[in-house]
Structures are given as structure tokens and as C-alpha cells.
Design a protein around this ligand. Structure first.
Ligand code: ZN
Ligand code: ZN
Length: 113
């Protein structure tokens, strides 16, 4: 089983140019670099991971990050299986997770731009 850093696309425009703009101590606000929509990532626990896995290196501070639904650690990585919908795992407590977007707020378009 191989784990990868979370990768998300903008829920508004579909751009993959998304970065995490805050800190886990504060919130999980992300910003789309294309349309400036902001959103947060959240997880839901759907099971337990029993397979052995290697803990990947910490991703960059501005790469997409989500809190574990169970232990709230920002140590959630994607399990990539070709053909299957992505699942996520918390490397701190081994919860099996799904990822959701919350607080989606498209940028206000100003008439003068
Ligand atoms: Zn966007
Ligand atoms: Zn956890």
C-alpha cells in the first residue's frame, strides 16, 4: 500500500492549482489560485486501515491538508488504487477516511475587473 500527499481540485472551477493558506492550529482554509474560491477540507471516518504502510514524508506547508475525523491530526494521506475512488488514511491513528469539501466560498467578482 502506497500513500501519497492529498491532492485536490478546486470545487468551483476544477483547477488543480490549489494551496493551503492557513495552519492546522487555526483552520483548514484552502484557496484556488485560478478563481480564488476558498474552501475547507474535512474528513469522515469510514473504517480502519489494517495494512502495513510506510509513513510518507511531510508534504509542504502549503500543500492540501485535512484533519483526521477521529484524532484531528493533520496527517491525512491519500491511498491511491487505480480505478477505485480515492480513500484516505490518517497516519497517526490509522483511521480510514473519505475527504469532503466544506465552506466553499466562490470569490466575489467585482464589476470593474
Ligand atoms: Zn477555482
Ligand atoms: Zn487520526
Amino acid at each position: 500500500m502506497t500513500l501519497f500527499p492529498i491532492s485536490v481540485v478546486c470545487p468551483h472551477c476544477g483547477s488543480g492549482d490549489v494551496f493551503y493558506s492557513c495552519k492546522p492550529e487555526c483552520c483548514y482554509n484552502h484557496v484556488c489560485n485560478t478563481c480564488y474560491t476558498t474552501f475547507e477540507l474535512d474528513t469522515t471516518r469510514v473504517g480502519e486501515v489494517t495494512e502495513i504502510f510506510e509513513v510518507p514524508p511531510e508534504p509542504d506547508a502549503d500543500s492540501p491538508t485535512a484533519p483526521c475525523a477521529r484524532c484531528h491530526e493533520p496527517k491525512v494521506f491519500a491511498i491511491v488504487n487505480s480505478g477505485a475512488p480515492p480513500r484516505y488514511v490518517c497516519v497517526a491513528c490509522k483511521a480510514l477516511l473519505t475527504l469532503e469539501y466544506t465552506e466553499i466560498a466562490p470569490a466575489q467578482t467585482s464589476p470593474s475587473s
